[in-house]
Design a protein around this ligand. Structure first.
Ligand SMILES: [Cu+2]
Length: 211
């Protein structure tokens, strides 16, 4: 009977030993529906630690849609835009933090795009009007994005005070950041954001031979 209890205690002790907590949050609309694709970002009030290895992020094109719709990355992250369709895409953004263009291509373009300034970047395709993706570039390494159930988990958050930023591409207004204290055991957060879930924009079947 003692072994399971000890195992449980060991499990509980882990975050304390590591000096970091896991933060769970549920994001819902004012009507109470789970909100997918919402970014939850914890900005340390003390200077953020230097970024560790930043993995590449991936925004694929498949069936003439970008996937994922929302990507959150830390400043300096490179993003690849592989095209899995047989049609060619022409990926671009006019957003201030990152203007770029990957001219008509199929397969994987040679150069990943480095997102080096914080802010919101809207990405489109010159050929297919309905294609749309968002990149939220943040200074902090502590962030997550809600799934279809509105849930997000941010692991390995060091204890301390943070500014909590909530963001969604279809939010009605920018939400002022709140402050939270993360201790050894972070509380589960219930957050509300006035945004609607994305509904895929209707589009015609792409003619695979045309481009
Ligand atoms: Cu396209």
């Amino acid at each position: 009977m003692r072994a399971p209890l000890l195992a449980l205690l060991a499990l509980l002790a882990l975050p304390v030993l590591a000096g970091a907590a896991t933060l769970d949050a549920l994001v819902r609309t004012p009507a109470g529906r789970p909100l997918a694709d919402a970014a939850v970002v914890l900005e340390p009030l003390a200077p953020a630690p230097a970024a560790k290895n930043r993995p590449h992020a991936l925004i694929e094109q498949r069936g003439a849609e970008f996937s994922p719709y929302v990507t959150v990355v830390q400043t300096g992250t490179a993003v690849d835009f592989p095209n899995n369709d047989t049609v060619r895409h022409h990926v671009y953004s006019f957003s201030q933090p990152k203007r770029f263009e990957i001219k008509l291509y199929a397969g994987k373009p040679g150069q990943p795009i480095a997102f080096d300034k914080p802010g919101e970047v809207v990405i489109g395709c010159n050929i297919h009007d309905w294609m749309e993706a968002y990149v939220l570039v943040v200074e902090s390494p502590y962030f997550g994005k809600t799934g279809p159930d509105g849930q997000v988990r941010i692991a390995n958050v060091p204890a301390g005070r943070y500014r909590l930023q909530l963001w969604h591409p279809l939010q009605k207004a920018r939400v002022p950041a709140g402050e939270i204290e993360v201790g050894a055991a972070a509380p589960a957060l219930n957050l509300v954001l006035d945004a609607r879930n994305r509904e895929p924009r209707p589009h015609t079947e792409v003619d695979q031979d045309r481009y």
